[in-house]
Design a protein around this ligand. Sequence first.
Ligand SMILES: Nc1ncnc2c1ncn2[C@@H]1O[C@H](COP(=O)(O)OP(=O)(O)OP(=O)(O)O)[C@@H](O)[C@H]1O
Length: 320
Amino acid sequence: MTTVELRDVVKTFSSPKGRITAVDNLSFQAKEGEVLGILGPNGAGKTTTLRMIATIYKPDKGTIRVEGIDVLDNPLDVRKRIAYMPQEPDLIPSLSVEEHITYYLRFRGFSKKEAKKRCEEALKSFNLNDHRRKKPFQLSTGLKRRVQLASVLSAKAPVIFLDEPTTGLDPKSKRNTWKLIKDKIEDSGATILLTSHDLYEVEYLADRVIIINNGRLIAEGTPRDLRKRFGKTVKVIFEDPILISNTLMDEFMKVDGIKGIFQVSENAVEIKLDSLDRSINNLVRILASKELKIKDIVTTAANFEDVYLEIIENSGGDMG
Ligand SMILES: Nc1ncnc2c1ncn2[C@@H]1O[C@H](COP(=O)(O)OP(=O)(O)OP(=O)(O)O)[C@@H](O)[C@H]1O
């Protein structure tokens, strides 16, 4: 079932330089139980989009629905369906861990009894029992994040925003937090909208990603699909050792679609193509014409970060 749906959404702001189009005819959907990564350089329009879904901003044009409810028709009902974990750990300094979780659940509309019960469950399942009476100043950044996650996830909202959930964490705490998020959201059934500049995080957590630049959707798919679609480097392994002389290099570089050639071992080269679909035939043709004995041609696994940067670059956009 579709939980979040945006159709042709436009949002403009006035600025000293005139009107800025922050979100430009954006359409996308997120399904129940899906983790949707929202990627894009600084200023791409991610926060504005999330704020419109959360009914903080009103779209100028287009429709946004959360569980079928239009954000303009019934903003309060939409808000009730969304739990938000902000970028900065926003724990209230005077509250202990257990007070914070209970307070958050009370604020989300749970009765005192239900909030207490859910808090106990959260303390147990997020391994926070030993820290339950500590105040934020006694907690590491990783633990503060865990308290935030415990609060947000125990509210059982159908839509959860995770805004840069591991910013400021060291690599080990980051990995622990990713694992925790993955474990806890797996059977929550919630739709998670995840924004992050950490491409490894997104690849690990997201089922699907959308990439936004200048307010527009420029790519959409699973991280794996995008890697396949945009990863354009092939490794050619020859039967015999080969030396890529300058003359041979020039000949390769003249072929339509070949953007670079690098010797990676005595019998292998990596070749960067401008499109895997279109250019592979030209590559095979030139290799055949040289009578080089080929052992194997493999698409090298493009790293998701390279793929992302390439997508942004191809969209003609500013890199942030
Ligand atoms: N309240 C506002 N008033 C005026 N302009 C705004 C406002 N909010 C955002 N903008 C502008 O809209 C554009 C999109 O900004 P937005 O914050 O949505 O980008 P973002 O993708 O979230 O960036 P980041 O990754 O840096 O958080 C930017 O040009 C920004 O300056």
